[in-house]
Ligand binder design. Sequence first.
Ligand code: NOJ
Ligand code: CA
Length: 567
Amino acid sequence: MRKIALRLAVVLVGVCMAGSIAAAQTSSHAVDAEGHQWWQHAVFYEIYPRSFADSNNDGIGDLKGITSKLDYLKDLGVDAIWITPCFPSPQVDFGYDVSDYENIDPMYGTMADFDVLAAEAKKRDIRIILDFVVNHTSDQHKWFLDSKSSRTSAHRDWYIWRDGKGPGEPPNNWVALFGGSAWKFDPATNQYYYHYFYAEQPDLNWRNPAVKDAMFDVTRWWYKRGVAGFRLDAVETLFEDPGLHDNPILRPGKNAYGDPIEKNEYNTKLPELHDVLRGLRKVADESNGVLIGETWTADVAELNQYYGEGNNELQLPMDFLFAMINKLSPVEFRKQIAAVDAAAGWPTFVISNHDIVRSYDRYGDGKHNDQIAKLMGALYLTLRGTPIMYYGEEIGMKTTPPTRKEDVKDPIGRMGWPEEKGRDGERTPMQWDGSVNAGFSKGTPWLPVPPTYTTHNVADESKDPNSVLEFYKKVLKLRHTNRALLDGNYAALNESDRNVLSYVRLYKDQGVVVALNMSNAAQKVKLDLKHKGFVSIKNLLATGQSEAKGDEVSLEPYGVFIGELTK
Ligand code: NOJ
Ligand code: CA
């Protein structure tokens, strides 16, 4: 996460209904002729529910709002939605502090609303992925309330409690990702508890088998209700060194919160976490569930560990290496694509999410952000692997961080201001139309709607053939219908080109070529197709004046060309 810090730098009506949804989903989980599971061809779409669509005009998006937009998502070409946490929560970390894993927060609706959403999604063949916050609960969860009630309570050992080193001194030097010591003193029982994130998010003790059983049961509960899988939050933080060794200091100085800059050697990426992932996968397999991981890794070797031996851990560990490339450069992307294409499992591409600046704003120069939005979409939607979209990218919605500290909603933005402005900028309300509040809500939206909604919104972009939205729809349609894009192998072309990233996707005798101009000047490239046995290219989809003549492609600044190869 910047990584969050680097500012790269989770009823009864339904019981019968849920049974039938679950049964229906199981039957459609079959493997296709190429041996692919549904999630290998699917396009996933992340919804930040607070910000998607507000049905009751309280300024906060909700489940009924999501249900009302399912036709939009279907039309766009979305096969599965991942909803970030919508469970009961004090909302300190906007839902990533869960106080009840088996319910819906009233601000988002009811279990009955969830069942309607699941049933309506099922009708449209859209699967639902929930966000499972595995590392920590809210400090208001009943398990934690009991845990802190006394040293001998039934749930005491469900969290990580330790004595301080001395009076006023925490057990060791670990600092929380969200600022301050990772230990909070509880005067009632005279011990500290551990929290990797906010103090209101105490870490669960996964070394306790009771925790494991209870958490595994949560996933069973939701699978029975019809969900197709989970996105697992912050998996790298599941275990800590029981000896509580101090973390080494990475470099001198202080971070945005005024804390020492540590290397999380003793409190992240412990090998034990893989036992938990194997366990969760076994439970997932009972229901044909798919597991997506929030896996921030330094390289593909590390990413490979999350697939597990014989792929017995996560089917879709997210590849954030793309999100860590800080310059729009064919050289960098080529290197990462090749590495991920050779990974131990199916690639899972993420370019934007609710914790990072949107891709086209990271690479944008202020003038060409829409072109870059199309280019980034064309890139990860035409690679071999599963893309996870982030709501709003399909309309080029602009990351709009607050300009005044007093307007910041994300607590890390208040604590780290001005160096860390928090994550409000990438969580602003979805822009549906040009009416008040962009059609998101008739109330006061929980975050302001960026002024750019007048030019970037679903209604207007649907009418403009050159919009980011129409481009996304075309790429998604191509991706769903073209065999080479679905199943073809990846091969890089013109590997020394420093402006244009080009590659082919090859399936039997079919081929699709993709050429992406990552520079702000027009480019002409002669594609090296002969050794693949192709002679010329037919246009499938291009931006602006971009076109192919024979084996030569002309691209406008940040232009995209996608073509069918002919022999
Ligand atoms: C990762 C989530 O994506 C982020 O939004 C959250 O703050 C942390 N995990 C803690 O749950
Ligand atoms: Ca609402």
